[in-house]
Ligand binder design. Structure first.
Ligand code: G4P
Length: 534
C-alpha cells in the first residue's frame, strides 16, 4: 500500500546527492574535496581541509584520540549546499588507513567520483574500490586530475580506464595539452574552450573564461599545432568513442570523464555542475520485503554501515554511522531496531561538517548520521519507524588480504581475549576465522589493510588488558564458497591451501596465490568461489 509522503520531505530527499570519492593516494582527492567545499561556501578559502595530519584530523575529539595513537581509522562525511543541492561527500580513507570501512563507505553512497592522476592512469587502490562500485551498479564519474603537470596521452588514459576497470568512458570535455603547455579543456557539447587559469592563490572561486572553438580570438590562446591536434582527436573520438547516454551512466556502465586540475582550481566547478546534474538523488534500496523507494516510503529507515568504537575508553561507547534511506529523522526519536527486535531511542545524533562535529535536529533520506551506540548495533543493521519492519539487505564482508595467527600470551585471560576479539570483529575492524575442524583455539585474523593488525594489538592491550602475538601467514586471497552444499572434506585444493570457517560458520578457503585458486577451481568441478561474503 502506498503511504502519503509529505512534499516537504520529498523535496528534501530529492535535492540530496550522496557520493563517495575514490582514488589512489596522492591522486588529489583531498584537494578536489576542498575545492568542492569552497564552491559550497562551507569553507572560506581552500586549504582548510588540507594538511591531512593536522586540520582534517582535528575535526573531532575522537579522531584526536586516534591521532594520539598515531593511527587513523576514521572516514568522515562532509555536507554542504551548492546550486540548490544538498551534498554529502563520503570520504574513503586511503593510504595505510585502508580498511574494510573504506569499502563499506561505498555501500552508503549513491554514486562515486573517481579521481585519477593524469600522469599515472588507473592505480591499484582505485581498482579495488572500483570493484565495489561495479558490484553495486552505481554511477561512476571520472575526474582526471593534475593536467597542469605532464600527462599521459588522452586516448591512452581513456583506454586504461576501459581496459583496467572494464567500464566504457565518455569524455564530456577534452584537454588541450598538458603540463606547461596545458591550455584548457574543450567542451564537446557547447564546442567552447574553457581556458586554463591558475587561481590557486587569493581567489575563492576558479576563473572561468570561455571562447568558442571557431572564434578567431582562440589563436591568442591556443597554438595552431594544438588546435590541429584537438580537431583531429575530437574527430577520432566522435567517430569511435561511446556517446553520452544518461541511462548507461545511471546503471554504472558508462563513466562521464572530465579533465582538470584541482590544485589550480581549474575545471572543478564545471565538473561539479555536470556531475550534480548527471548523478542521482537517493536511490531505492533492497530489503527483505522488496525495494524501498525514498519517494514512496514515508517512514524513517536507515542501515548501519560503520561503527566507530571507543571514543571514550572509560565507557566503551561507540558511534554507529547510518545511512538514512527514507523519511525524516528527528533527534531523540524512537525507532525499531530490526536485528535487536526492539525499540531504541536514537540519541546524540551528529553529523560531520567541514570543520567540526555538530549535533543535528533533523536529517533526511540520503543523509549520514552518527548516533550513540550502547553496544547493540552491528554493521548492516536496519532501523525503521515503519510498521512493515523490513530489513535492508546486509553489507557484504569484503575479502581481507592479510592474515595472521593470533596467540594469546597469558592463557589465564582466555575469556577477555575471546570477548575482546569478538567485539572488535563485530565492529567490523577485523575478521576472524577458525581452523575448519577445531574450535576457538586457533584464531586467524584477516584484515584489508595491515594497519588493522596494529589497531587490534593496541586495542586488546589497552581495552581488554590482553597481550597477543601475531604471526603473519602467507595467504593473500580468501574466497567464500558460494555453493554451500560443497563438502569441504572432499574438496581437493593445492597443498598450500587452507580450509577455514568464519564466525557464522561459513566455509572459506585461503590461498597463497592466484594460481592456487585456478588449480582448485579446475580440480573441483562446479565449485563457486566469491570475493564477497554475503
Ligand atoms: P589524496 O587526498 O588523493 O591523497 O591527494 P591530495 O589531494 O592530498 O594531493 C596529493 C598531492 O598532489 C598534493 O601535493 C597536492 O597538492 C597535489 N595535487 C593535487 N591536485 C593537483 C593538481 O591538480 N595539480 C598538481 N600539480 N598537483 C596537485 P603534496 O606536495 O603531496 O602536498 P602539499 O605539500 O601540496 O600539501
Amino acid at each position: 500500500m502506498m503511504s502519503q509522503i509529505a512534499d516537504e520531505i520529498k523535496n528534501e530527499i530529492k535535492k540530496r546527492r550522496t557520493f563517495a570519492i575514490i582514488s589512489h593516494p596522492d591522486a588529489g582527492k583531498t584537494t578536489l574535496t576542498e575545492k568542492f567545499l569552497l564552491y559550497g561556501g562551507a569553507i572560506n578559502l581552500a586549504g582548510s581541509v588540507k594538511g591531512k595530519a593536522t586540520a582534517r584530523h582535528a575535526v573531532s575529539d575522537w579522531m584526536e584520540i586516534e591521532k594520539e595513537r598515531g593511527i587513523s581509522v576514521t572516514s568522515s562525511v562532509l555536507q554542504f549546499n551548492y546550486g540548490g543541492y544538498c551534498i554529502n561527500i563520503l570520504d574513503t580513507p586511503g593510504h595505510q588507513d585502508f580498511s574494510e570501512d573504506t569499502y563499506r563507505t561505498l555501500m552508503a553512497a549513491d554514486s562515486a567520483v573517481m579521481v585519477i592522476d593524469a600522469s599515472k592512469g588507473v592505480e591499484a587502490q582505485t581498482r579495488k574500490l572500483f570493484k565495489v562500485c561495479t558490484m553495486r551498479h552505481i554511477p561512476i564519474f571520472t575526474f582526471i586530475n593534475k593536467m597542469d603537470r605532464e600527462a599521459m596521452d588522452t586516448f591512452e588514459l581513456l583506454d586504461d580506464i576501459e581496459n583496467e576497470l572494464g567500464i566504457a568512458t565518455c569524455p564530456v570535455n577534452w584537454p588541450i595539452g598538458s603540463g606547461k603547455e596545458f591550455k584548457g579543456v574543450y567542451d564537446r557539447n557547447t564546442k567552447k574552450v574553457e581556458l586554463f587559469s591558475d587561481t590557486r592563490k587569493g581567489t575563492t572561486q576558479g576563473e572561468v573564461r570561455k571562447i568558442a572553438i571557431d572564434d578567431s580570438g582562440i589563436h591568442d590562446w591556443v597554438t595552431d599545432g594544438q588546435l590541429g591536434q584537438l580537431k583531429e582527436e575530437i574527430e577520432l573520438q566522435d567517430g569511435a568513442g561511446a556517446r553520452f547516454d544518461q541511462e548507461l551512466v545511471s546503471k554504472g556502465e558508462l563513466s562521464p570523464v572530465f579533465f582538470g586540475s584541482a590544485l589550480t582550481n581549474f575545471g572543478v566547478e564545471t565538473f561539479l555542475r555536470h556531475f550534480l546534474a548527471m548523478t542521482t538523488s537517493p536511490l531505492p534500496r533492497t530489503s527483505d520485503q522488496g525495494e524501498v523507494d525514498p519517494m514512496e516510503e514515508k517512514d524513517f529507515s536507515a542501515f548501519v554501515f560503520k561503527i566507530q568504537a571507543n571514543m571514550n575508553k572509560a565507557h566503551r561507547d561507540r558511534i554507529a554511522f547510518m545511512r538514512i534511506c527514507s523519511g525524516e529523522f528527528e533527534a531523540g526519536m524512537d525507532v525499531y531496531h530490526i536485528q535487536g527486535g526492539r525499540k531504541v531511542r536514537l540519541s546524540q545524533p551528529q553529523q560531520m561538517m567541514a570543520s567540526e562535529r555538530k549535533m543535528i535536529e533533523k536529517a533526511y533520506g540520503g543523509d549520514i548520521i552518527g548516533v550513540f551506540d550502547p553496544g547493540i548495533f552491528s554493521i548492516g543493521d536496519t532501523l525503521t519507524t515503519s510498521a512493515k519492519r523490513f530489513a535492508y539487505e546486509g553489507i557484504p564482508t569484503f575479502a581481507p588480504e592479510h592474515f595472521a595467527r593470533v596467540r594469546q600470551m597469558d592463557t589465564m585471560k582466555r575469556k577477555q581475549f575471546v570477548k575482546g576479539i569478538q567485539q572488535i570483529a563485530q565492529e567490523g575492524a577485523i575478521q576472524i576465522f577458525q581452523e575448519f575442524n577445531t574450535g576457538m583455539e586457533e584464531i586467524i585474523v584477516g584484515v584489508v589493510g595491515v594497519l588493522q593488525f596494529d589497531v587490534l594489538k593496541y586495542r586488546l592491550e589497552n581495552e581488554y588488558n590482553v597481550d597477543i602475538r601475531l604471526d603473519s601467514l602467507p595467504y593473500e586471497y580468501i574466497r567464500w564458497i558460494e555453493n554451500t552444499e560443497t563438502e569441504l572434506d572432499k574438496l581437493t585444493g593445492t597443498s598450500d591451501m587452507k580450509k577455514v570457517k568464519d564466525l557464522k560458520g561459513r566455509p572459506l578457503l585461503l590461498f597463497v596465490n592466484d594460481w592456487s585458486i585456478r588449480m582448485t577451481m579446475e580440480r573441483n568441478e562446479g565449485l563457486v568461489l566469491s570475493e564477497f561474503g554475503r
